[in-house]
Ligand binder design. Structure first.
Ligand SMILES: *Cc1c(COP(=O)(O)O)cnc(C)c1O
Length: 222
């Protein structure tokens, strides 16, 4: 397993470097977030051994079972929450994650602010945008994004740094990635979390600063 993960990481890193060069971006402009959801802690250890320090998980509960011990041993590990966050999990999320990419509503901003106060620790915050306005998908409506950014920043001192999106399945993602980049620029934000195993080179061409890649590194989820 560990050699397959090391090989997967090496392949993704070289494709990221190619996409950066093709887009005229600086080498290292794009951060790889290795999405280990559904894979065991041993998979995280294998990726760490191959030099990967940034990881993503989409469920608080699963991450609570996998990372506290590893994080205590490897302080450089940076853990991103990339899935929807329920307010009743906000305390655990603020305690465990270094980046929360899924702030998408005013009530969650309020609860996160309370937990940040209580913990004396503020993860980096990104705002998730429902860029394709899909009924079943998490994320703030594009039209409400600036308002939520301002609320998070001015009312709750959460200092959002960027935007995250998952474009609709089955459509060309490029127009959605470009819309997210425009929206971020309008909001004065410079981090863009977009691109997954199937579309990260396109996302990098459209300005992604971080890509979230799971199955292309760890294999398909069971
Ligand atoms: C699972 C997941 C990913 C990674 O998806 P892959 O297709 O396995 O690369 C990225 N972002 C989010 C929000 C996810 O839930």
């Amino acid at each position: 397993m560990s050699s397959a993960i090391a090989a997967g990481l090496a392949a993704i890193r070289s494709r990221i470097a190619e996409a950066e060069a093709a887009a005229g971006r600086a080498p290292g402009a794009v951060t790889l977030v290795a999405v280990a959801k559904t894979h065991p802690a041993a998979a995280v250890e294998a990726a760490l051994a191959a030099g990967q320090t940034v990881f993503g998980e989409n469920r608080v509960q699963e991450a609570m079972g996998k990372y506290p011990e590893i994080k205590a041993r490897v302080p450089a590990l940076r853990l991103h929450l990339i899935g929807p966050l329920q307010t009743n999990k906000a305390r655990e999320a603020v305690g465990l994650f270094d980046v929360i990419e899924s702030l998408d509503r005013p009530k969650l901003a309020r609860v996160l602010a309370e937990e940040v106060q209580r913990a004396g620790r503020c993860p980096e915050i990104l705002i998730q945008v429902n860029i394709g306005r899909e009924a079943q998908k998490a994320g703030v409506d594009p039209d409400q994004t600036e308002t939520l950014v301002r609320l998070a920043r001015d009312e709750y001192a959460l200092a959002p740094r960027g935007l995250m999106c998952i474009p609709p399945a089955g459509l060309d993602p490029a127009p959605f990635f470009r819309q997210l980049a425009e929206l971020a620029a309008r909001c004065g934000l410079d981090r863009l979390s977009m691109g997954m195993s199937e579309d990260f080179p396109t996302a990098i061409a459209c300005g992604a600063t971080q890509v979230r890649v799971g199955s292309a590194i760890f294999g398909h989820r069971g």
